[in-house]
Ligand binder design. Structure first.
Ligand SMILES: [Zn+2]
Length: 325
């Protein structure tokens, strides 16, 4: 009897502990933020930069409850997560930042586990990368290259639609992806990358805007890459400095939604642990983005999955393109 009571008490304690941990995982986490110290800094004069056209090409979307995407929120509003490529038309090159999804994406995913397909790889397909390019009158051969923010399936799934286009990937990202391993996830990455030519690069330039290093892609300061590690080891952000619109800062997956860097807040602990390479580094990057957003409110920081923010950006782009006010 005593043993049974002890077992019961143990089970209740464990249950309470489990419930406590589960509850805690929804509560906000403390970040060492000091908004009073973050003063807006001098704005960059962009008058001498070239005109650069930017188009977000959303290939799919899915909704997740806000507490999944923003830890500590009390709202249950659905958040729209997009899967997008970004088409950038610069005087020196027409290129993509990430690639969205190809038309055959379901064929590529069918070998993956049901669990993966019904959680992280669950989405409503909208338009393939090839469909978007056709609509815009851009042939794959018009693309000079595709810059990959990081080597996760949802950022390279458009590559099969642009089979001859060279890919540019950060060396650290490529080497840490260990594509030689034989598991299902690596097989998916390898088959998505296909036979496309790959050029590896390093961010060997000086610190830029408070970020540790940089790569000035065209040598004119208009497209500047900065490492935003944590989500993966080589997740790559990209500044777009131009004369025909506001400065943009594409974040890869350093943040999933704007709320992640504005508050700052990670997604829910379970989601975060599933998608994060290094928790400490990823949090530091989130904090760096939070501080940067205070110092430079004129710059739009755009996570690659924030469908709502990307839609708002596209509206502004179209207004400036067609002179609608
Ligand atoms: Zn992603």
């Amino acid at each position: 009897m005593k043993i049974r009571n002890l077992a019961l008490a143990g089970a209740i304690s464990l249950g309470a502990l489990g419930a406590g941990i589960a509850l805690k995982s929804f509560l906000p986490q403390k970040f060492p933020v000091t908004p009073e110290l973050e003063q807006p800094e001098k704005m960059l004069n962009t008058a001498d930069f070239p005109a650069i056209e930017v188009s977000f090409l959303r290939c799919a979307s899915v909704t997740w409850p806000e507490p999944v995407m923003v830890r500590g929120t009390t709202s249950l509003a659905p958040c729209r997560i997009g899967y997008s490529a970004v088409l950038i038309r610069h005087p020196q090159a027409t290129f993509l930042y990430d690639t969205g999804l190809c038309g055959d994406i379901y064929l590529f995913l069918r070998e993956q586990s049901l669990f993966f397909r019904s959680t992280l790889a669950r989405f409503t397909f909208e338009q393939s990368l090839a469909g978007h390019l056709k609509r815009l009158g851009v042939r794959p051969s018009d693309l000079d290259f595709a810059l990959i923010s990081h080597l996760h399936w949802d950022h390279i799934s458009g590559v099969p639609d642009i089979p001859m286009v060279p890919l540019r990937i950060a060396r650290v990202e490529y080497e840490d992806a260990h594509l030689d391993l034989k598991d299902r996830r690596r097989q998916l990455l390898r088959s998505l990358l296909g036979e496309n030519n790959i050029t590896l690069f390093e961010c060997s330039g000086p610190p830029y805007e408070g970020f540790s290093a940089s790569l000035d892609l065209f040598g004119d300061g208009s497209i500047v890459l900065v490492p935003l590690p944590g989500h993966t080891s080589g997740n790559m952000g990209m500044f777009i400095n131009r004369s025909n619109g506001s400065r943009l800062f594409l974040l890869g997956d350093a943040a999933h939604l704007a709320q992640n860097y504005l508050l700052p807040a990670t997604p829910h602990a379970i989601f975060w642990s599933r998608v994060t390479w290094n928790d400490v580094i990823a949090r530091k990057t989130l904090l760096d983005l939070h501080r940067f957003s205070f110092r430079h409110p004129e710059v739009t920081l755009i996570p690659m999955h924030d469908a709502q923010l990307q839609e708002a950006c596209m509206q502004v782009e179209q207004q400036s393109l067609f002179g609608v006010h």
